[in-house]
Design a protein around this ligand. Structure first.
Ligand code: NDP
Ligand code: CA
Length: 320
């Protein structure tokens, strides 16, 4: 029998105003089945722990434990046969954008390309518009994608944008990720301005939430570009630290033949002038993760899920 899933506490980071609707967001690179079995070479993870027939339940269990209103996933290579039907029956609406040339396709018996997936609660939100972007690095089309959805809250009428992306992996590609990030920021600016029908002089676009596996530590160019962008974005997990401005020590922890890798790569960005972070799910401790790191019998991906509760703090144009 499997060991229990690590328990993680939810830390309240602000009082949260009772008349503002809370939106729970989950960001997670779930580890593509084809990559986990065929490419990643996790040396301390038993192959039996990677069987899709069991691993899919661990992924769904993680999602259902926190029941996010908005779910942003990377490395999804079982969208049509698993996540879309299961999550549809649980009240979610989804959108999937495969990578143009997914490395999953190199793996024998693969289940199709991996890509980004975005799910949201149909009860709470209506989809106004969705864009599937192929990210560019300066002028070059790349193999990385993003989904940008404009959602309207059914209860309040408020409109906001949610994006999910998975930037180019590996060291040596820092400038490439920086360029992909710039392209995404430019697209987000255009889409969020378009979504704001009641724009007034000097007003910014609609509130933004950008989730992703950026494959970049906080020191990297792409992180700095997001932090400094005119969109006014901040990273939700900084709220978890004692000083309120430090990213967690890791969001991914694995052992490959090349060695152990513990790194902070995943982020939930939000418009800090219009959204507040009311709560953040803590990261499991080193002890909870265990000596063989991730993935494992009790955690199905090499990346940890990020979950936070956001609420809209400003209603500049109207009171609803
Ligand atoms: P990336 O470099 O972005 O990485 C693809 C996946 O590999 C990611 O999901 C990443 O996971 C994972 N990964 C990262 N580091 C390692 C590692 N050390 N060992 C194993 N897996 C790792 O890939 P691209 O999207 O740029 O695609 C490149 C790959 O696609 C090629 O290797 C080839 O297999 C295939 N391909 C691509 C073509 C193209 O036009 N781009 C053409 C033909 C084939 P994480 O993000 O979690 O780190
Ligand atoms: Ca991966």
């Amino acid at each position: 029998s499997r060991p229990p899933r690590p328990h993680r506490d939810f830390i309240q980071t602000s009082a949260g105003s009772p008349h503002h609707l809370r939106v729970r967001v989950m960001q997670w690179n779930i580890l593509a089945q084809a990559l986990g079995e065929g490419k990643d070479a996790f040396v301390c993870c038993p192959v039996e722990a990677l069987n899709w027939s069991e691993r899919k339940y661990l992924i769904l269990e993680e999602i259902l434990t926190y029941r996010p209103d908005i779910l942003c996933l990377q490395e999804v290579d079982h969208y049509y046969d698993t996540f879309l039907p299961v999550l549809s029956s649980l009240g979610y609406q989804g959108s999937f954008c495969p990578k143009p040339c997914s490395p999953c396709l190199d793996v024998r018996d693969n289940n199709g390309p991996d890509g980004c997936a975005l799910f949201f609660s149909r009860r709470r939100f209506q989809l106004l518009r969705v864009s599937h972007l192929r990210l560019a690095a300066v002028m070059i089309k790349t193999n990385q994608v993003a989904i940008v959805a404009t959602l309207q809250c059914r209860a309040t009428g408020r409109v906001f944008c949610v994006a999910v992306t998975h930037l180019k992996a590996r060291s040596g590609w820092e400038a490439f990720r920086g360029a992909q990030g710039s392209h995404l920021l430019q697209q987000l600016k255009a889409i969020s301005e378009y979504g704001c029908e009641e724009r007034t002089e000097g007003a910014e676009g609609v509130p933004l939430v950008v989730c992703g596996d950026f494959n970049a530590e906080p020191g990297e160019e792409v992180y700095q570009r997001f932090m400094a962008s005119p969109l006014g974005l901040d990273s939700a997990y900084r709220r978890l630290s004692a000083d309120g401005s430090t990213e967690p020590a890791y969001t991914s922890w694995k052992i490959r033949p090349s060695g152990e890798s513990r790194s902070t790569l995943d982020y939930i960005w939000y418009s800090s002038n219009s959204l507040s972070v009311d709560g953040v799910l803590t990261m499991p401790s080193e002890e909870q993760i265990g000596p063989n790191r991730l993935p494992s019998y009790h955690y199905p991906s090499d990346h940890l899920s990020l979950v936070c509760d956001l609420s809209l703090i400003q209603e500049p144009h109207r009171l609803m």
